[in-house]
Design a protein around this ligand. Sequence first.
Ligand code: ASP
Ligand code: MG
Length: 624
Amino acid sequence: MALIVQKYGGTSVGSVERIQAVAQRVYKTVKAGNSLVVVVSAMGKTTDGLVKLANEISPNPNRREMDMLLSTGEQVTIALLSMALQELGQPAISMTGAQVGIVTEAEHSRARILHIETTRLSRHINEGKVVVVAGFQGTSSVGEMEITTLGRGGSDTSAVAIAAALKANFCEIYTDVPGILTTDPRLVAEAQLMDAITCDEMLELASLGAKVLHPRAVEIARNYGVPLVVRSSWTDQPGTWVTSAKPQGRSLINLEIARPVDAVEFDTDQAKVALLRVPDKPGVAARLFGEISRQKVDVDLIIQSVHEGNSNDIAFTVTTPILKRAEAVATAIAPALRSQSNPKSEEAEVMVEHNIAKVSIAGAGMIGRPGVAAKMFATLAEAGVNIQMISTSEVKVSCVVDANQCDRAVSALRTAFEIEAGEQGSRGAGEQGSRGEVAVSFSPLPLRPSAPLPNCPPVRGVALDLNQARLAIRQLPDRPGMAAKLFGLLAQHNISVDMIIQSQRCRVIDGVPRRDIAFTVSRIDGENAKKMLTQIAAELGWGEVVLDSAIAKVSIVGAGMLGQPGVAAKMFEALAQQQINIQMIATSEIKISCVVAQEQGVKALQAIHAAFELAGSEKFVVPA
Ligand code: ASP
Ligand code: MG
C-alpha cells in the first residue's frame, strides 16, 4: 500500500463535472489499495478573477488582504471535492493550509514553507480518510496567526512539500497537458513529450517548465528526493517523471529556506583558451566550436560576454591534458575568423592560461534569490580571490580563478554556505588531486551533476525566454570585490539576476585593469536596475551602464551533454545557418544558453529544436 499525494490544477477542477471526475480518479486510486492526500487549486480561473476584483478597488492592494482574498479560491474546491468523494461513499475531509499546519514565512503573497505539521494529516489518513488540502496557502506562526500564500502557481509547491513531510511514496501533479514537452508547443509544433527528466534538468529549464510545474516544487522534490510525475487529468497516460537522486536525512525544518547551496565544487585541472577580438557576426562561434568538436576536444565552460564595438572575446575551458590540442585548433582557425575585408593583425588573437581553477556553488535554492550569487562573490572578495570569469545557470554559479587561490576560495565558500568537507570532498581527492565535490556531509550520494537518464539524448529540452533584458557595465576595475559590490546592490534592491557573464577581455584604462560584466534580469526590472546602477557607477568610477531590452535567451539542457564533445558546436551551427548572431554565451555542465536579438528568438528556438532531432510526430494541443 502506497501513500500518494495527488495535486489537481485549476482546469482539472474547473467545473462540478470535473470535480466529480477527479473524485472518481481519487476513489479508484484508494480502491487500488492506496492512501491519499489530495491538494487542489482554485476552480478554473478563479484566482485571476479575484485579482481582477481587487484591482478594481485598488491599484495596489494591501498584500495581507490579497492573501485573505486569494486563499478563498482553494477553500471552495476542497469543500466541493470532499463532498463529491463522500457522495461516492469515500470518507474524506477538507483542510485549509492553516488547519493542516503548513507553516510559512510571514511574507504575504510570496511566502516560503518552513515546515508542515503531519500529526493531524496522519491521523485522518490512518482513519481511512482522503484528506483534501487547499494548495497555495499556509499560515505564519510568527506572532498572531495569519493566512499566507505561496505565490501564483504555488499549489504544486504545497503538494510536493506535503509529500516530502509525509515521506509519501510519490507525488502526482495532474494538469491539462500530457506532461513535460521538449519545448513550448505554441512556438514549435513538433514539441515532443518526455517520459522522464531529472530535477536538475527541469530546474535548468525553469523558463520552459514553469508554466507546467512551479520551480519551487522541483527544488523541494530534488532536495528531498520526492518522486514526482506530471500527468494529464483527462487520460491514463503515464506522463513525465521528474526524477532525483535520493538525498538522505535532509531536515524538514526550514523546508524551503535551508541551504540554497548544497555543494561547493572545484576543478584545478583546467586551462583556459581565449580568442580575443573575433568579429561580432553570425557563424563565428559555430566555426570555432565546429572545428573543436571535429578534433574531439571536450570543452567545459564557454563564455562570451557582450560585444564591444564590433568584436567579441570568446573563452572556453578544457581539462589540462587536452589543452595543447585545444590551443592548436584555436590557433589554426584564428586566421579564418579575421574579417576578410579589413584583416587586422590584432584580430582573433589566441591566449592561453594554464594556472586556473573553476570553483562553483550548486544548489536548488538559487532561482529568484539574488542574494546567493552575491554572497559567493562577497565571500571570494573577502578571501582576496579575484574572479577572472563568471558563468551562471539556474542551479550553478561558476567562477574561474587563479589556481593558486583555489584552496582558499573553496574553504571560504564552504564556511560561508555551511558545507562541511564530507565524504565527497575527500573522495574527490580535493587535497592531493584536482577535482572534487564538497557535498553536504549528511548526503552520501552525489547530488550533482545528476546522472543522465539511461538512453537519453544529449539534449533533453530547449527553452526560450523572451522576458529578459540585458545590462552591461563597462570597465569595472579588475580586482576582488567588484562583482560582490554589484550583485550585492542588486540583491538589496531585490532584483533577481538570471545569467551573469564576466568575460575574458581585460583592458588597462588610466593604469587600472578593467573588465565588463554583463547579466540579464527580468524585463520589468531593467529600467530600475539601470537607473540605480548608473548612479552607483558614477560614484565608483565604473564605466557606462548599457541596457538592452530587445533580447531573447535560448537554452539547451541535458545531463547527457556531459563529456560529449560537439553539443555546443551543433547549437551554434544551427544559429549560424539561420544567420542569427550570438550576443552572449554562458554554460553549466548541463546547459548552454545564448542571448540573441529578441526578434530572432522564436526562429532560434525552432532551429535548435530541429537540429537536436527533438521533433516528434504527435501534435500537442495547447489548452487556452
Ligand atoms: N490558484 C493559485 C494560482 O492560480 C495557485 C495554483 O493554482 O497553483 O496561482
Ligand atoms: Mg500550475
